[in-house]
Design a protein around this ligand. Structure first.
Ligand code: GLC
Length: 538
């Protein structure tokens, strides 16, 4: 039995950071026409859906995650007519389009916020989260902003503070206000009516705040100051993911999507305990289809750590909940840098062969690494406002490398791209890799083809780890309709010879990371090279 192909379950999502994909207008910033121009590339790559980071009008304080009009396109990227063309052209190629929906906050330049901040008694006075100062003039509680400093900004006109969980240019919307809810659900209808296939909901877990906005407790000092700086000195209990608040909101959003056919609700649920993802699926699976799973992101490149994290995640899935995996995004260092370039192909194999929907970040199919940003060229407000901790996200957002021409073919020669192009672009680019049968690009294409062709890889195939292996090796099987796939990944720098005879006498190579093995391999003495990944059948 083979189930029908449900794109958000069985397909592969490809994330495009629009500023950095392809600049068709020659201003050094990517745009929608650029994406249209590269649809052939994406079709040949073999992905099923494109998720576009925000393309809406925005002052760009957080590069589009500060939306000033939810129902239009930023002129930098094009206009609604260009967007409609992108949608039609993508659909003609059976590629779905997922938009970023930013429900937690708008821009402070959104007309709703202008109105809200004008007085305490206007119709939108309560559309954002306003509170009086404490008697000493201080902010209403101790909440901190993710991008540095406190989460409250004083407003002279209203003589009140407003809440901003990120930048002060990103005031938090008040989802407890029925007008906000209605307006934000209308935004969804606007895009669904146009034919958009799904939404990736930005920091969806932040819309669930404790109704009384209680102070967060301090984090034990042993953990304080790690990774995110001051933000990590608190337990973020009351400012996000407050139980009971999220489910009704998410199911209302889902109900709107369900009025249309085949639309997907995807959410940025950046919660590292997989048990916390359950409520986002909804009590009756009436919430998000895919609450993103980031739990592998911060694992060291270590087979045992990955095994434990994957197992924990699968164990925590609610019955019927569909799994999903993310290894890279516009917010994370590229995995070729995090795990080391030698391990990039094994990481791609893992992402594309685990049970669940993968999201692949643009240029990871080239094995692209983080690009060091010279002083003075940094753009990301997180890095600029919390300096010294390496929090800037520019290194993973640099232009796509299309060919060996100036600016890697991303924008015309002589134009300065908004972020620098990597020094290695003459070797690491689409054109060069397309002609090299052993390139990471062709390897990824081949894996994507196998994944699409073999229901055992994209379907509900049974997943089981293989036990009794050396500590460096992670292996698992997927099985379905009498077909079995075996994945063996060597996380280490040493050769291993494995006895997998319990799984059978031999298995056929479907692909390996260096694309230089074929035929049938003896499972009683299966050799794996350093950093190698093997995908076998049988
Ligand atoms: C999400 C986005 C990130 C953005 C933040 C605030 O985490 O992925 O890029 O800065 O939300 O909107």
């Amino acid at each position: 039995m083979s189930d029908s192909f449900v794109w958000w379950k069985h397909g592969v999502i490809y994330q495009i950071y629009p500023r950095s994909f392809m600049d068709s207008s020659g201003d050094g910033i990517g745009d929608l026409q650029g994406v249209i121009d590269r649809l052939d590339y994406l079709e040949q790559l073999g992905i099923d859906a494109i998720w576009l980071s925000p393309i809406f009008p925005s002052p760009m304080a957080d590069f589009g995650y500060d939306v000033s009009d939810y129902c239009d396109i930023h002129p930098l990227f094009g206009d609604l007519e260009t967007f409609d063309r992108l949608l039609a052209d993508a659909h003609a190629r059976q590629i779905k389009i997922v938009l970023d929906y930013v429900p937690n906050h708008s821009s402070d330049q959104h007309p709703w916020f202008f109105e809200s901040r004008a007085s305490r008694d206007n119709p939108k006075a309560d559309w954002y989260i306003w509170r009086d100062a404490k008697p000493d003039g201080g902010p209403p509680n101790n909440w901190l902003a993710c991008f540095g400093g406190r989460a409250w900004e004083w407003d002279e006109t209203r003589q009140q503070y407003y809440l901003h969980s990120f930048l002060k240019e990103q005031p938090d919307l008040n989802w407890q206000n029925p007008g906000v809810e209605r307006a934000m659900l209308d935004v969804i209808r606007f895009w669904m009516d146009r034919g958009v296939d799904g939404l990736r909901m930005d920091v969806i877990f932040y819309i669930a705040k404790h109704p009384d906005l209680l102070d967060n407790p301090a984090k034990p000092s042993s953990l304080a100051g790690r990774a995110m700086g001051e933000y990590d000195t608190q337990e973020h209990i009351y400012d996000l993911n407050w139980p009971g608040v999220i489910q009704p909101l998410v199911s209302k959003i889902r109900r709107v999507l369900d009025q249309y056919e085949d639309r997907a609700a995807i959410g940025e649920t950046y919660l590292m305990d997989p048990a916390l993802l359950t409520p986002y699926y909804g009590e009756k699976l009436d919430g998000l289809h895919l609450p993103f799973n980031f739990t592998l992101l911060h694992q060291p490149w270590n087979a045992q750590a990955f095994r434990a994290a994957i197992q924990r995640y699968y164990d925590a899935l609610p019955p019927g909940g569909w799994p999903t995996f993310v290894l890279g995004s516009h917010d994370e260092h590229r995995f070729a840098t995090r795990y080391g370039p030698d391990n990039a192909r094994a990481a791609i194999m893992l992402l594309l062969t685990l049970w669940g929907t993968p999201t692949l970040y643009y240029a990871d199919e080239l094995g692209m690494q983080d690009v060091p940003i010279p002083p003075g060229k940094e753009q990301d407000p997180h890095g600029l406002r919390v300096p010294g901790l390496g929090l800037g996200r520019d290194p993973e957002r640099t232009p796509m490398q299309w060919d060996a021409s100036p600016n890697a073919g991303f924008c015309p020669a002589g134009v300065e791209p908004w972020l620098p192009v990597s020094d290695d672009y003459q070797q690491v680019n689409v054109a060069a890799q397309a002609h090299d049968p052993t390139s990471t690009l062709n390897y990824t294409r081949a894996l994507l083809r196998l994944r699409r062709d073999l229901p055992v890889l994209h379907g509900e195939g049974m997943f089981a780890f293989v036990d009794g292996l050396p500590g460096d090796v992670l292996a698992y099987t997927r099985a379905r309709d009498g077909v079995r796939a075996l994945v063996v990944l060597n996380y280490g720098a040493q050769d291993h010879t494995l006895d997998l005879s319990a799984l059978g006498a031999s298995a056929a190579v479907l692909i390996n990371t260096t694309q230089d093995r074929a035929g049938s391999l003896d499972l009683a003495a299966l050799s794996v090279r350093p950093h190698e990944g093997l995908l076998l059948r049988g």
